[in-house]
Design a protein around this ligand. Structure first.
Ligand SMILES: C[S@@+](CC[C@H](N)C(=O)[O-])C[C@H]1O[C@@H](n2cnc3c(N)ncnc32)[C@H](O)[C@@H]1O
Length: 231
């Protein structure tokens, strides 16, 4: 008798502490699963500055430029710091004084800089903000020494981002054309961050976040050219 009461008590206790598992989640839409995976893929690659700095180093080697004077256009924050060692002197040219010994000027017209002054002239994420890029290209080639490297990294596709104004997007051929007077040693696209979900918080951003998230077609573009030596 007492044994069967004990059994009933044990059953009541088991019922009290047993929590049934949650019902299985409905199968996820395979397209959304793929979207999630693609969206995270870029995080596995090197970050923007690492990628650009590595490619710029390769281009310096390919051009055979081992030292001399560097001019970066819009190089705020000196993100190219690790590329140029003691053999180089570095200057930054910008519309505004960004506090790193900046030459304040406009690359679309900088007669204050003499012809053939620099061994390297470069810009990263600046060409989309230049109002007259055809003049900038001419000036960059003019102030480059023969044998020097001109390097440009900018955007084929990215969300709208004024700094101070967002004007243009480019193909590699457009960059090569703008750098007329140099021999192209490399040009192309960088798709590393293509499906990154880029969101801007500002309410005035015309690329509104919708059910698919933010802007997801991010393509970088680059060009490297060498100014031929005079015959
Ligand atoms: C997006 S920021 C550059 C970011 C930086 N190069 C980097 O890699 O993180 C663009 C810079 O280009 C400068 N800029 C825009 N138009 C210019 C021009 N015509 N001449 C010189 N600098 C310019 C802006 O003032 C700004 O500092």
């Amino acid at each position: 008798m007492s044994e069967s009461l004990g059994l009933r008590a044990r059953r009541r206790l088991a019922r009290a502490i047993y929590t049934p598992p949650p019902p299985p989640a409905p199968p996820r839409d395979p397209e959304l699963v793929a979207l999630d995976r693609l969206e995270r893929e870029w995080k596995g690659g090197p970050v923007r500055d690492e990628r650009i700095n590595e490619h710029l180093s390769l281009m310096l080697d390919k051009a055979g430029v081992t030292g001399g004077q560097v001019l970066e256009i819009g190089g705020r924050g000196y993100p190219r710091g690790q590329v140029f060692g003691d053999a180089f002197t570095y200057r930054n040219l910008d519309l505004v004084d960004t506090g790193e010994g900046t030459i304040v000027g406009d690359i679309t017209g900088c007669p204050e800089i003499a012809d053939e002054t620099f061994d390297v002239v470069l810009s990263v994420d600046v060409f989309e903000h230049i109002d007259r890029p055809w003049l900038a290209g001419e000036e960059m080639v003019r102030i480059l020494k023969p044998g020097g490297l001109v390097y440009t990294s900018t955007l084929f596709s990215w969300r709208y981002h004024p700094c101070p104004i967002d004007f243009w997007r480019y193909t590699p051929e457009a960059l090569a054309f703008l750098m007329t007077g140099t021999d192209t040693i490399d040009q192309g696209f960088d798709l590393t961050e293509r499906r990154r979900d880029v969101r801007k918080k500002a309410a005035e951003d015309p690329m509104r976040i919708d059910e698919l998230g933010g802007w997801r077609e991010n393509v970088r573009v680059f060009h490297a050219g060498v100014k031929p030596d005079r015959p």
